[in-house]
Design a protein. Structure first.
Length: 456
């Protein structure tokens, strides 16, 4: 590609911040709130016009499990957000812990309150456009763009919650991406919402989930009239009166770090949503004959892109060993959930994956630790991260990528950033014993390592 050299120029600089968090998804929201709660002057930068990412702008219709099948283990700010959202949804049981529906508009307001009441400042419709880093791996400034043009922002510590590790990768951190053998990424999903659904027949008719052998999704996927519905992925939840949210269908070949690929995926996703409405009206008419496609996500549901190489590399073996760590900042019990290739989906024809490598699950009460060292990119002194791009292999990324886990990782990253900013800015030098103590004081679920099988 031809190169263009910019003319030398100066940018306005805002260097008043202790902590800058980039990305206002679940991890970014709790990171900003936790940093500000510690007294750090905190800026949260978000490319969309609302906080929440996958749970709001992408319209994911339900929380992944918050429990280890016995108790809630994603505590602290994560549990606060979850409980506040659940308690304001009349049709959701107060005791529900797993696969709880999301009211997307309510959740936007809850995140607004969480961040601003903690004292953080939010910049919406503002995009990370460059990272200036010195030869020692210290980020000197971020280049942000919005309606005022380009500007430089400087902080003592930066928190990468972009989901794609944009900040860390652009600063020079090493990363992996996709299947190590094929390079394939997990497929994306464009979530959507149908309104004017018949509540009674939705709740009492055939369940749409593909685990139901008689689900209409099997007949829909076999019907050549609906060629874009190429598989049987059909998670769905009642998100409000006569309103059903769908995390359904797969879009293969989407790379969220490639704007051309992403743009094609969004166009295809809107077409898939329209076909789903027509197909459901035909195959589940009592519930969906009069339904209306009211919305598709402003964001595509992305499961995987970059994974940063950090001070510790979390693996599937750690997951299977239920491993604990002296510096762990969270526990996780979500199953290994790696969505396969289009070829695999066609060959399985809706049957579940049998390979334990791809679908390992825990017994009730079991979990593994996530060490702080997974949040610190090698070679970058004043950067910490949280979200689906932490340092781990592809298999365990299929487990730690979901929203409850991102929420707890974000709180830990934000607290660590504030601690580092109050010292010399080195995120690798954070006292993890003190970090764990403070997280516990704020309600984090962190059993003492003496009660677990410890590992270094």
């Amino acid at each position: 590609m031809p190169q263009y050299t910019l003319q030398p120029r100066s940018l306005p600089l805002d260097d008043s911040w202790d902590v800058i968090v980039v990305g206002g998804g679940p991890a970014g929201c709790t990171a900003a709130a936790a940093a500000a709660r510690e007294g750090a002057k905190t800026l949260l930068v978000e490319a969309m016009g609302a906080l929440g990412g996958m749970g709001t702008s992408a319209l994911v219709p339900a929380w992944c499990p918050f429990s280890d099948k016995i108790k809630i283990i994603y505590g602290g700010l994560a549990e606060t957000v979850f409980t506040q959202c659940k308690d304001q949804m009349a049709h959701v049981s107060s005791g529900a812990m797993d696969w709880v529906a999301i009211d997307h508009e309510l959740l936007k307001r809850l995140y607004d309150d969480l961040v601003t009441k903690a004292g953080a400042t939010v910049l919406f419709h503002t995009v990370l456009s460059g990272v200036d880093v010195d030869e020692k791996g210290e980020v000197q400034a971020l280049i942000l763009s919005n309606k005022k043009g380009l500007a430089a922002y400087r902080a003592k510590v930066y928190v990468d919650c972009t989901g794609d590790a944009d900040l860390a990768a652009w600063a020079g951190a090493e990363f992996e991406q996709g299947d190590p053998d094929t390079g394939d990424l997990q497929p994306a999903t464009h979530c959507f919402v149908l309104s004017n659904v018949d509540d009674y027949h939705y709740r009492h008719g055939e369940q749409l989930h593909p685990n139901n052998p008689s689900s209409p999704i099997h007949r829909i996927a076999d019907d050549p009239k609906y060629p874009l519905i190429a598989d049987r992925h059909a998670c769905n939840n009642l998100v409000g009166p006569g309103t059903v949210g769908f995390n359904a269908g797969h879009i293969w070949g989407v790379d969220n770090t490639d704007p051309v690929s992403l743009s094609k995926g969004l166009i295809q996703g809107r077409q898939i949503a329209a076909q789903f409405r027509e197909a459901l009206a035909e195959y589940h008419p009592k519930a969906f004959a009069a339904s209306f496609l009211v919305n598709t996500g402003s964001l595509l549901g992305i499961r995987e892109t970059r994974r940063i190489i950090g001070d510790y590399f979390l693996t599937r073996e750690d997951y299977l060993a239920r491993r604990s760590f002296a510096d762990e900042i969270a526990r996780n019990s979500y199953y290994i959930d790696v969505h396969g290739s289009k070829k695999e989906a066609t060959e399985r024809r809706g049957r579940p994956v049998e390979d334990e490598k791809r679908c390992a699950r825990y017994a009730p009460g079991e979990s593994h630790g996530i060490p702080y060292r997974c949040l610190t990119p090698k070679g970058l002194r004043n950067v910490v991260m949280a979200g689906r791009a932490i340092s781990c292999d592809r298999m365990i990324q299929g487990s730690v990528r979901v929203m409850p886990v991102c929420l707890v990782m974000g709180e830990a990253a934000g607290l660590a950033a504030a601690m580092a900013a109050a010292a010399d800015g080195d995120t690798h030098a954070v006292d993890t014993a003190e970090l764990r103590r403070r997280l516990k004081a704020h309600g984090g679920y962190l059993p003492d390592s003496d009660d677990m099988v410890a590992a270094n």
